[in-house]
Each structure stands twice: as structure tokens, then as C-alpha cells.
Design a protein around this ligand. Structure first.
Ligand code: NAP
Length: 247
């Protein structure tokens, strides 16, 4: 029996536990996936000493603070600066970032046109993974932040012209996430039209207020569920061994 799990602070109802335990049951894989809430990242040492994990995912607030405790990092994890999947090989902890693969799959589905320019809302961990993917795809972008020190532009500086000029808008903030399902990023929605493609990383609810509003303006949309599933499948491939490892 192999053991996997998710490490975070407040895990509540986790998508990952349902996803992996469902996969193990339906495919007859002798493994389980459990949730491990820890108070501080250093608690991972005692957790691993008592629980023989074969691999684990990492979530808020430990995606960055886990890095100094790892033996190696994949190229993607190093370039993003965050880890959401840890492989345990020969006693070594190797950090990966599979959120980037999830973002790339979602953007691929949106079928971006040549010359696409993007606005990335938010400057946190999910925004950093998004920026990494956009750089890799050669998509020019601006980071929109509430604070002028953290992004390229603030919401107040976002004119209708700037919105019209950027045909891809990505919400990498928790705005609109359950239970605050009525909220949406502060934008001039009138400036969004049928040339816009909009990706909301939030997956609960499946259709956020943000996506509802931009759809009303004619934009094409993608929610966060494909990203969530893709990062979980990519984690599983990594735990299967080096041949399928994603760098
Ligand atoms: N679908 C998936 O698989 C997946 C994976 C990872 C994350 N996510 C989702 O992506 C979202 C962001 O995740 P994260 O880990 O990057 O979260 P985070 O670090 O808590 O927040 C990201 C950024 O959002 C902005 N922000 C936070 N609260 C805000 C508010 N009330 N109004 C406007 N902006 C606000 C902040 O940027 P500024 O301070 O610069 O404005 C913050 O740095 C979450 O909803 C998460 O569920 C989805």
C-alpha cells in the first residue's frame, strides 16, 4: 500500500483527496491519499518520520516556504519559485510545480491567437505560475495589482483602452471564490467584448461571477477545474517515476 497526501494549513473539503481516492478505487491501485494540516512548514519533518509517504502535494501557505527543506527542484519549480508537488526518490525530496502544466492546458484550450496580450490579475503564487507560462508561450503581459509596488499597473490605472488592447484576462486572485461568490474583480466590464478570452483560476464555483459577467459581454471563458485536474494528473505521473517526470 502506497501513501500520498496533501500538506497545507486549513484543508477543509479537498478536491485532491476526492480525486485521488476515487482514481485509486476505480483503477484498483493499492494506495491512499490523506490530508495533513500542519501549523508550520518545519512540522513536515516529524510528519515524514511517522508517515511513510511516497509523494505529496503542497498548498497554501507552504508552496514557497517548503523550498529550503527540499533536496532538489525541477526546472519549472525553480523558475516559478513555488512547489505544489513533492516526489520522494531514494529518501530525497524533489520539488515540482504542476500548477504550471494546469495553466498551460487551460490556455491551450482557449486557443490563443498570435499576438495575444494578457492582463494577469493578482501578484501572488498562482500569478507567478501564470507569468511563467505566459513567458514560456511568448505572450506579452501586465500584472494588475491593488498595490503599485507589486504589479505593473493598479486597478485604478486600468483604462478601457488598456482592457480593449489586452485580449486575454486571467484572474489569479481569490476574488469570487466560495463563499464570496458574489464578488468579481473590479474592471470596466463594458470594455470587454467578443475578442476577449478570460481564464479564471478559481474552481469553486465552476462558473464565477467574473466569468458570468464577461460571458455576458461575449468573451470566451475557462474556469479553474481543468487546471485543477491537470495538476493532479501531472503529480500522479511524477510519482510514477522518472520516465514520466515533468521538468
Ligand atoms: N485551479 C487551480 O488548480 C488553482 C491552483 C492554484 C490556485 N488557484 C486559485 O487561484 C487563486 C489565487 O491563488 P494564490 O495562491 O495566488 O492566492 P493568494 O496568494 O492568496 O492571492 C493571490 C493574489 O490575489 C490578490 N488578492 C488577494 N485578495 C484580493 C482581494 N480581496 N481583492 C483583489 N485582489 C486580491 C493579491 O494580489 P495583489 O495584492 O497584488 O492585488 C494576492 O497576491 C485562488 O482562488 C486559488 O484557489 C487555483
Amino acid at each position: 500500500m502506497r501513501h500520498f497526501g496533501l500538506i497545507g494549513r486549513e484543508l477543509g473539503h479537498s478536491f485532491s483527496a476526492k480525486f485521488f481516492n476515487g482514481k485509486f478505487a476505480s483503477e484498483g491501485i493499492e494506495a491512499d491519499y490523506k490530508l495533513f494540516e500542519i501549523e508550520k512548514i518545519e512540522d513536515i519533518h516529524s510528519l515524514l518520520a511517522t508517515t511513510p509517504l511516497s509523494g505529496f502535494n503542497v498548498t497554501i501557505p507552504y508552496k514557497e516556504s517548503i523550498i529550503p527543506l527540499l533536496h532538489e527542484l525541477s526546472t519549472t519549480a525553480r523558475e516559478v519559485g513555488a512547489v505544489n508537488c513533492v516526489e520522494i526518490r531514494d529518501g530525497k525530496l524533489i520539488g515540482h510545480n504542476t500548477d504550471a502544466a494546469g495553466i498551460q492546458a487551460s490556455l491551450h484550450w482557449l486557443d490563443l491567437a498570435e499576438g495575444t496580450k494578457a492582463l494577469v490579475l493578482g501578484s501572488g503564487g498562482a500569478s507567478k505560475a501564470t507569468q511563467y507560462v505566459l513567458r514560456k508561450l511568448g505572450v506579452e503581459f501586465k500584472v494588475v495589482s491593488r498595490d503599485s509596488g507589486r504589479g505593473d499597473i493598479t486597478y485604478a490605472e486600468l483604462t478601457p483602452e488598456i482592457i480593449a488592447e489586452h485580449n486575454l484576462i486571467i484572474n489569479a486572485t481569490p476574488v469570487g471564490m466560495f463563499p464570496n461568490v458574489e464578488s468579481a474583480p473590479q474592471l470596466d466590464y463594458e470594455s470587454i467584448g467578443s475578442d476577449h478570452k478570460v481564464f479564471d483560476l478559481v474552481y469553486n464555483p465552476a462558473q464565477t461571477e467574473f466569468l458570468r459577467r464577461v460571458k455576458e459581454q461575449g468573451a470566451s471563458t475557462m474556469g479553474g477545474m481543468l487546471m485543477l485536474q491537470t495538476q493532479a494528473i501531472a503529480s500522479w505521473h511524477i510519482w510514477q517515476g522518472p520516465k514520466q517526470e515533468q521538468n
